[in-house]
Design a binder for this molecule. Structure first.
Ligand code: UN1
Length: 505
C-alpha cells in the first residue's frame, strides 16, 4: 500500500500530510486516518484551520475570475484530461479507497470508474449547456436565456463514497465554469488528497490556477464556515440528515443555494408476481453491499405474505454464503464498517428492533476475530414499521415486513421520513405502473426489477423529503451549478412596453 500511496503523491505519512493546497501546510490539529480493514493507522494529516479556509477562499475567488472566461468546451478538455489521469491511477486509487474506507476492492475500483464516467459525461456536457429561446410578445425583440457560472461551489462529501460523489459535483461544476472547495469526510481524507493531487497536476500542466480545485480537510467547523460564507455560492452536501439540516439552515439564512443528498431508507417491494431469481441477488447486493453503508442501501424489504417465508429462507441461505473479511482480498464480498462508532450504532439498532417485537432471522453478531469493525449482515423480521425501521442506520441490517395488498405495501414504503431510492420486483405491468405513478413511490429513484443501489451516473441522483431534494450527477443536474439569465434584446427603433403600457410624454 505504501507504493500505491507514493504513486498517488501521498508521502511523509508519519510527519503529517498537508490537507490544504500546496503553498502552505494545514494549520489545524493532526489527525490519523485509520484503516477499518485492520485497525491500523495509515497516515496522519493536518486539518485545515479557519485561517486556511480564508486563504483558500480568496485563492478560489481569484481563480474563478479567470476560469469563468475559459470557453466551456475548453474547460471540458481539461476535465477530459482529468478523466484520463484517473484511468491511469484507477488501480492505486481503487485500492486506497478500499483500504481507507473498507469497501470491497471491486467497489473501490467501481468508485473510480464512476469518476471516469462522470468526466466523460461532463466533457460532452461542456458543449451542451443549453438555454432556451422564447418568442417575445414585442415586435423586433429577441428573448432567450443563458446559463452562467455561479462562482465558488463548496462540496461536503461523506466517507462512504469518498471520491465518486465529490466527482459528480466537481466535474459538472468545472465545466459549468465554477471553482470548487472540497471538504471531504475526516474519516477518509487520504482518498481525497489523492484525488486533489491528480487534479492539481492536470491543472498545472494546463497552466490553470490551482484555485480551481481546493481541498480542505476539516471537521464540522469548516463545514459551518463554508455554509455561512456568502462567497460560497452553492453548498453541495452529502451525508446525514442532521448535518444537512444544519447546512441548509446556515445557507438559507444568507439566501444561498444548497444541494442536499442526505439519508435514505430504501425499500424493495416484492410482489407475488416477482421473479425471485432477480429479486434475491438484488436484495442481497442492496442490503450487504458496502456493508450497508450506501445512501441507497436496501434497508427494508416489503414482501407479499404468500412469499415471505420462502424469500426469507432464500436470503438466509444467500447470506450464509457471503464471505466477510479483508475487502482487499477479492474473495471477500463484505468488508468492515467504517469505525467503532458505526459498530455501536449497528448493535443499538438490533437491540432496539429485538426489544420492540423484531425477530432475528440472521446475523446480529460482531466478528471480532476479523477486527474491531466487522459485523455480520443481519436480517430482522418486524410485524410493523417500528421506530428503528424508520431511521437510517448505516449498517447491513435488513428489516423484513409482510403485506397483503399493494396499496398497503406502497403506503409502508412511503411512510418513512426519507425518500431516496425504491424498487419493486414484479412481472405484472399494473403493479409496476402503479408503483411508478403519481400515487406510487415518493422517492427520487424508483426502479422496477432492479434493486435500490447501484445508480448509474447518467440519471439525476437524489431524493425527496429528508433526503434533501437535491439532484446530482446526470440528466440536467448541471443546472444547479449555474445561474440562469433571461435576456431580451430590442433591435427596433421604438420602445414598446410590455403589458401594453403606454406613457404619453
Ligand atoms: C451514496 O451512497 O451516497 O447508487 C451514493 C449507488 C451509487 C451511489 C451511492 N452509485 O449505489
Amino acid at each position: 500500500m505504501k507504493d500505491r500511496l507514493a504513486r498517488l503523491g501521498i508521502k511523509d505519512i508519519n510527519s503529517g500530510i498537508s490537507t490544504v493546497l500546496y503553498h502552505w501546510n494545514g494549520q489545524g490539529e493532526l489527525i490519523d486516518s485509520f484503516s477499518p480493514t485492520n485497525d491500523s493507522r495509515i497516515a496522519s494529516v493536518n486539518l485545515g484551520s479557519a485561517d486556511d479556509f480564508e486563504k483558500i477562499l480568496s485563492i478560489a475567488q481569484s481563480a474563478f475570475l479567470e476560469w469563468r472566461t475559459v470557453p466551456a468546451p475548453k474547460r471540458g478538455e481539461i476535465v477530459r484530461q482529468m478523466g484520463d489521469s484517473f484511468r491511469v491511477h484507477k488501480e492505486d486509487l481503487g485500492h486506497l479507497v478500499s483500504y481507507e474506507m473498507g469497501k470491497s476492492l471491486q467497489e473501490g475500483l467501481g468508485e473510480v470508474q464512476e469518476i471516469i464516467d462522470i468526466c466523460d459525461f461532463a466533457v460532452g456536457l461542456s458543449r451542451q449547456l443549453y438555454g432556451l429561446t422564447m418568442h417575445s410578445e414585442r415586435p423586433q425583440h429577441r428573448m432567450y436565456e443563458q446559463w452562467h457560472p455561479l462562482g465558488i461551489v463548496g462540496i461536503i462529501s461523506a466517507f462512504n463514497f469518498p471520491v465518486a460523489v465529490w466527482s459528480w459535483n466537481a466535474m459538472l461544476a468545472w465545466v459549468c465554469g465554477d471553482v470548487c472547495v472540497w471538504k471531504p469526510s475526516e474519516k477518509a481524507p487520504l482518498s481525497a488528497i489523492a484525488c486533489q493531487n491528480i487534479i492539481a497536476k492536470v491543472l498545472k500542466d494546463n497552466n490553470v490556477s490551482e484555485g480551481v480545485s481546493s481541498l480542505i480537510v476539516g471537521d464540522r467547523n469548516i463545514g459551518e464556515l463554508m455554509s455561512k460564507d456568502a462567497r460560497v455560492a452553492l453548498v453541495s452536501a452529502t451525508g446525514s440528515t442532521r448535518m444537512g439540516k444544519a447546512v441548509a439552515q446556515n445557507v438559507a439564512a444568507r439566501l444561498g443555494k444548497s444541494l442536499l443528498e442526505l439519508g435514505g431508507n430504501n425499500a424493495i417491494i416484492v410482489t407475488e408476481n416477482a421473479d425471485l431469481k432477480l429479486a434475491v441477488p438484488a436484495i442481497v447486493f442492496g442490503a450487504v453491499g458496502t456493508a450497508g453503508q450506501r445512501c441507497t442501501s436496501t434497508r427494508r424489504l416489503i414482501v407479499h405474505n404468500s412469499l415471505k417465508d420462502r424469500l426469507v429462507e432464500s436470503l438466509v441461505s444467500a447470506y450464509g454464503q457471503m464471505k466477510i473479511g479483508d475487502p482487499l482480498n477479492k474473495e471477500n464480498h463484505i468488508g468492515p464498517l467504517i469505525d467503532e462508532a458505526a459498530v455501536e450504532m449497528y448493535l443499538n439498532a438490533i437491540t432496539s428492533a429485538l426489544n420492540n417485537g423484531g425477530e432475528l432471522k440472521y446475523g446480529g453478531n460482531l466478528l471480532t476475530n476479523l477486527g474491531k469493525c466487522y459485523v455480520e449482515p443481519t436480517i430482522i423480521e418486524v410485524k410493523e414499521q417500528i421506530e428503528v425501521v424508520c431511521n437510517e442506520t448505516f449498517a447491513p441490517i435488513l428489516y423484513v415486513m409482510a403485506y397483503e395488498t399493494l396499496e398497503e405495501a406502497i403506503t409502508l414504503q412511503n411512510a418513512v421520513p426519507q425518500g431516496l431510492s425504491s424498487a419493486i420486483f414484479t412481472n405484472n405491468m399494473q403493479e409496476s405502473e402503479w408503483f411508478l405513478s403519481n400515487a406510487g413511490s415518493d422517492c427520487g429513484i424508483a426502479n422496477v426489477n432492479i434493486g435500490t443501489s447501484g445508480a448509474e451516473i447518467g440519471g439525476a441522483f437524489g431524493g425527496e423529503k429528508e433526503t434533501g431534494g437535491g439532484r446530482e450527477s446526470g440528466s440536467d443536474a448541471w443546472k444547479a451549478y449555474m445561474r440562469r439569465q433571461t435576456n431580451t434584446i430590442n433591435y427596433g427603433k421604438s420602445l414598446p412596453l410590455a403589458q401594453g403600457i403606454k406613457f404619453d410624454f
